[in-house]
Structure formats: C-alpha cells, structure tokens
Design a binder for this molecule. Structure first.
Ligand code: IMP
Ligand code: MG
Length: 421
C-alpha cells in the first residue's frame, strides 16, 4: 500500500518500532507524526540494540526519514541521536527531514514538566519529564518557538527573550526554581541551528511528491491510541494525537491519501505512568509478565504496569483509528502461562456489562474487567507457524474485533515476526 499508518493500539510500547522496521524495508519514506523524545523505540539488529527516540525508525534501513509539523523536537536530543547513529555506522546524511513547523522543546519546558509533576505529587500524570506537555501548551497558546525560527537569529532572539521572560516568572515565583538566561539559551540554540539547518524541509510537499511518484510512505506514530490527547484516557495522556488521523494533520496531506492503517497491539497490555487500567494483572503474574516481556521504559527505565489483553479497549482502537489490520506483538511472552485471561467486556458501576469502551471517564475509572480464559501453549514460538492454542488465541482476537491479524511477534530479534497473511 502506498501510504500506511502504523499506530499504537494500546497505551504505547506495543512494539511499533519492530513493525515499522520490518515495513520500512519496502518503503521509500518513513515519517514520524507526533510526540518527541518521550517515545522510545527499541530495535534489535543482530547483537546491536538501538533505542530510537526522535528520528523515525526507518533510518536504520537507510530510508529517508521525516519529522512532521505535529512533532516537538528537542534539538540537543535529535543531534545526539544522529551523532550516535553515525558513530555506530548508520548513514544519515541526506536522509533526515524536519518540518520547519515542528515546535522546539526548550530547556524551560523540561524544567516545567518536572516541576509540575512534583507539585502534583499524588495526582501526577507520570510524564516522561521530557518537556512534552509544556512545549505543546506553548504551541497552542501561540508563543512556541518553531524549527524554522532557528534559521533567523533575529527572530529567534526575540522569541527566546519573550518566552524566557514569562517562563522565568513561573519557574521562580510559582515553582521556586532557578531561571534561564536568554543569552545563554540563544547561544546554545544557534550552535544547534548550524546542525539542524540542512535538515529543515517542507515535509508536506515531500510526502505529496513521494506519493505522486508512486512510491511508498510509512507513517509511524509514537505512544498509542489511549494516550491520545482527544480520544485517550484524559488527563492520563500525552499532549499530541497518536491516532492515525494525526498523520494527515501532522504532514499536511488529505486524510484520503492514507491507504492502510496497521494497528500494533501487544498480546497483553502495558501502561507506564498513572491512570485507570481495568485489565491490570493482580498477583504474581504481574511481575512474571514484566520480567518475561522486559517491561521497563525505554526512555525512563520505569517499571511498566502489566495487564491481560483488553479487547474492549482494542475494539475502541480499531474504531478510532480505522485499523485495517493488526500486528500482535510479544505473543511469546504468553507461552509461560497455562491459561490466558482475555478481557472481553467491562462490568460498569450500574451492574451492566459492555463491549464498548465507556465514553464517560467515571465509567472507565470504576469498571471491572470481565475475563474469558483461553488455553495456553507450552511450545516455544518459532518462525514457522503457530502451535494450535496460539493460533486459537489469534483467531479469538480476530473474531471478537472483526479485524485481521496480519503479523505476530514471537521474539525480540528483528526477524522474529510471523506473517500470517
Ligand atoms: P508525556 O508524553 O511525557 O507528557 O507523558 C504523558 C503520559 O504518556 C505518561 O503517562 C507517560 O508515561 C505516557 N507516555 C509518553 N510516552 C510514552 C511512550 O513512548 N510509551 C508509553 N507511555 C508513554
Ligand atoms: Mg516505547
């Protein structure tokens, strides 16, 4: 398919990196459409493990890689990432494209993100503290600094002085922290500008031309559906639009240009940070899944909370993204369990049961999972075919969701993906 969106169908960390890496082989351009260095994609290539945060994963396949207008960019992180890839022998020259309309994460955004979380205490969101929320907030209030401002030192100075004056009041008076010196911030940013300048591009035109030429474009989302600012489990969400439609918004193309939406879901669920989580595992199996699945954050190292597969939430993801097929990752982790609970309905506070994701937050916060128990398998999952019980598990998911599972992840290595169709 010429234009495909790969979207996280849960709360992020579904293993999108690996699926993007696989599909990037047959793509000409790989596009990251939202978020910033809060994302962390892990790709294992032979003995090497790459942890990618800002740049699209396609870079590992030597593909043109674009960062869209809907992203927020931490210049120091982006430059460090490119330098690290180059140092490890991955060529990036001529392959990096950054929208001039993307917003910059400034040092005060990072400081404010941390300060706000500390102040919230028990009520914290559990952000990655990378400055994401404050950067998007400034974008929405129209005092953000954009990538294209980097190429005009006069405008950049004005914007930095304006922003610093306001942020410093917040930092000093509200959070009792130190302030930022506008001149120092400008000096550092001008150094970064020299590196970033050649990467700045009209990414809308780039995608349009690539598609017109009949070439293939892959859009990769960060985070996941339930972390979407509008449709996720607000306020325990990120500040951008991970859902598939976000790709069209970020790259400035019509939604009708997107041909396929591939949803990526783990065979179980994880969530980092706070917020309701109906299918969260109780008892020893929680730690077992975490260990087997190496469920610790790529960016923050935090323990991820683990739950059984939630088909109510996944049905919602199929709907809001227009998912045309699914990749079910990390199925091998479930090999350790003789019986596998799968959440098929929610029991609501009023005693009724539903297969649809609750539209009201209170219903979601207080619902209880209704599980169906599926038979496990003890065979190790290889690369040719699935044992009968694992196959039944996949078929069950397809039947309940009325969506087809195209790919199944059976291990961490790059080649441990089974194509079912
Ligand atoms: P923020 O994106 O740093 O503002 O964090 C907001 C929420 O999104 C927190 O619950 C984070 O744990 C979560 N989050 C952000 N990025 C990721 C990710 O890549 N994987 C999983 N959760 C994430
Ligand atoms: Mg991640």
């Amino acid at each position: 398919m010429p234009a495909t969106v790969i979207v996280g169908a849960q709360w992020g960390d579904e293993g999108k990196g690996k699926i993007v890496d696989l599909l990037a082989r047959d793509s000409d351009l790989v596009c990251r459409y939202q978020g910033g260095p809060n994302a962390g994609h892990t790709i294992v290539v032979g003995d090497e493990t790459y942890r990618i945060r800002q740049i699209p994963t396609g870079i590992l396949r030597g593909k043109a890689s674009a960062i869209g207008a809907g992203c927020v960019v931490d210049p120091a992180v982006l430059i460090a990432e490119i330098d690290e890839l180059e140092a490890r022998g991955i060529r990036t020259d001529g392959l990096v494209f950054v929208s001039g309309n993307a917003h910059l994460i400034m040092p005060w955004h990072v400081a404010l993100d941390g300060a706000r979380e500390r102040r919230l205490g028990r009520l914290q969101i559990g952000t990655t503290r990378r400055g994401i929320g404050p950067a998007y907030a400034d974008k929405a209030t129209r005092i953000g600094i954009r990538v294209q401002d980097l190429v005009d030192p006069k405008i950049l100075r004005e914007k930095i002085e304006l922003a610093a004056a306001e942020k410093n009041v917040w930092l000093e008076r509200v959070y009792e922290l130190g302030h930022f010196d506008a001149d120092e911030v400008l000096t550092t940013l001008l150094e970064h500008a020299e590196r970033i300048r050649p990467w700045i591009a009209d990414t809308s035109l780039l995608v349009d031309r690539t598609l017109r030429d009949g070439r293939r474009v892959l859009f990769e989302g960060g985070q996941g559906t339930l972390l979407d600012l509008d449709h996720g489990t607000y306020p325990f969400v990120t500040s951008s639009s991970p859902i598939a439609a976000g790709a069209a918004v970020s790259f400035g193309i019509g939604p009708n240009r997107i041909d396929e939406v591939l949803g990526v879901a783990k065979a179980y669920v994880t969530r980092v940070g706070e917020g309701p989580f109906p299918s969260e595992i109780e008892g020893d199996a929680q730690a077992r899944v975490r260990e087997l699945g190496h469920e610790f954050g790529t960016v923050t190292g935090r323990e991820r909370r683990c739950g059984w597969l939630d088909l109510v939430a996944l049905r919602f993801a199929v709907r809001v993204n227009g998912i045309t097929s699914l990749a079910l990752t990390k199925l091998d982790v479930l090999s350790a369990f003789a019986e596998i609970p799968v959440c098929v309905r929610y029991l609501l506070p009023d005693g009724s049961e539903t297969e649809e994701f609750p539209a009201h937050q209170s219903d979601f916060h207080h619902c209880r999972p209704v599980f169906e128990t599926l038979r496990g398998w003890s065979e190790e999952l290889g690369t040719n075919g699935l044992p009968a019980a694992a196959h039944d598990f996949v078929s069950f998911v397809e039947r309940v969701l009325e969506a087809e599972v195209r790919l199944v992840g059976t291990g961490a290595a790059r080649d441990r993906v089974l194509a079912l169709r």
